[in-house]
Design a protein around this ligand. Structure first.
Ligand SMILES: [Zn+2]
Length: 412
């Protein structure tokens, strides 16, 4: 493939300079006006490139189409997605990207004096010889997820310049407010009109993420009996003590701080109460749904032991592992893995210890694995991304589109 690099870097450097931080608790949607600044910029660029059906709605969803170039094509419409907002956790205003040329090992020093230490960042070693992009150390960089935006548009621009490469219909979508968990709130799957999609929102080069946690929350409530402490003998039941007992008995259950990779956990996330009433809120996580049920049952059991008549456990499903949505057709993940290989990169398939917009979309009817965008240390002033990963993501997308070009329709 002729190299589509210069464009992806140039796009990335421009997009990160637009402040698009999202904001929790905002009344508006998208949550901040800055997101529209980038969406308008992208809208204009998409039109200028020749992308069709460019449409930006009032909620900040920007869609467009690259029509098929195969005569009588009747295949699978694929979607490519990235989010325009950056994390509310770290300042995203006045981002000044810095290019560290040809990484040769060792620490990276940012203009602010902040360092990215090689010892703490073993992944730097994957990118020897590549330029590495950081902020100046006073803001986040915003590779999450402007790398994804730049990669998708660079890939489409490449396809537009190379009409000899056959492809089916491609829909692209740029979405707001992913970082505050609202990215799919007004996403209209029917209007988007793809049968399978990919979010470009992963990290390390080669990642194909097709699995995420199953998630539920549980609230355990203890009812106490409050009596004046002076006359409390044999009468008072202190709900605070009941909650403490519960937590002590769960002390050795798998927790976020003691697990990794494919292990699930039971996580006491919030605790509140007084003598009369105490509640503990738990997060339950497991890659198997059966594991969520097992952990919920364990909670009920221990709560009963602690206070047979004064405890109540309420469990609510939060989200599910998207893996089950890909079982219908092995190509959804298989083509992504193959495209990564075709770009000369070793695929990495790690389960995500969290949820993604793609997971939510998968349950809204649009199967949607997550692919690497290339960034590292998201949501921090040390966020960095190698140029190599930006380039390989573009190549991966071009191969992915090619693999789907003449593929037969999905079942159902
Ligand atoms: Zn992201």
């Amino acid at each position: 493939m002729q190299q589509p690099q210069p464009e992806v870097l140039d796009r990335f450097l421009r997009y990160v300079q637009v402040d698009t931080q999202s904001q929790e608790g905002s009344e508006s949607f998208p949550s901040t006006p800055g997101q529209f600044d980038l969406l308008w910029l992208l809208e204009g660029e998409m039109r200028a490139m020749g992308i069709q059906d460019v449409e930006l709605d009032e909620h900040g969803y920007l869609f467009g189409t690259l029509p098929e170039n195969i005569p009588d094509w009747d295949g699978v419409v694929i979607g490519l997605l990235a989010h325009v907002d950056t994390s509310p956790d770290v300042n995203g205003k006045d981002v000044k990207p810095v290019i560290h040329p040809a990484y040769a090992g060792g620490d990276l020093e940012l203009p602010s004096g902040l360092r990215i230490e090689a010892a703490q960042n073993p992944k730097l070693a994957l990118y020897l010889g590549s330029d590495i992009i950081t902020s100046d150390g006073t803001t986040l960089l915003g590779a999450d997820d402007k790398a994804g935006v730049a990669e998708i548009l660079a890939a489409l621009s490449y396809l537009l310049a190379h009409p000899e490469i056959p492809h089916g219909r491609i829909r692209i979508g740029f979405t707001p407010d992913e970082e505050i968990g609202e990215g799919t709130r007004f996403f209209d799957v029917a209007r988007f009109g793809a049968q399978v999609a990919y979010t470009m929102d992963g990290g390390t080069i080669g990642e194909v993420e097709a699995e995420n946690f199953n998630a539920a929350s549980a609230t355990v409530t203890f009812k106490g009996v409050n009596v004046h402490p002076g006359y409390a003998k044999d009468k008072m039941v202190n709900a605070i003590r009941l909650a403490a007992k519960l937590l002590t008995r769960l002390e050795h259950d798998p927790a976020p701080e003691t697990t990794e990779a494919r292990e699930g956990y039971l996580h006491p996330q919030a605790l509140s109460g007084d003598v009369e009433k105490a509640t503990v809120r738990f997060l339950l996580r497991d890659f198997e749904w059966e594991g969520i049920e097992r952990r919920a049952e364990r909670l009920r059991e221990v709560a009963r032991e602690v206070a047979p008549d004064a405890s109540e456990v309420e469990v609510k499903e939060s989200y599910r592992n998207m893996r089950e949505r890909f079982a219908q057709d092995p190509r959804i993940v298989g083509f992504a893995v193959e495209a990564v290989r075709m770009a000369g990169v070793e695929p990495r398939q790690n389960p995500i210890r969290g949820g993604t917009d793609g997971a939510r979309l998968s349950f809204m009817g649009l199967p949607c694995p997550n692919l690497f965008a290339g960034g590292e240390l998201f949501h921090s002033k040390q966020e960095w991304i190698p140029l190599l990963a930006l380039e390989k993501a573009v190549e991966t997308l071009v191969h992915l589109v090619g693999l789907w070009a003449r593929a037969e329709k999905l079942p159902g």
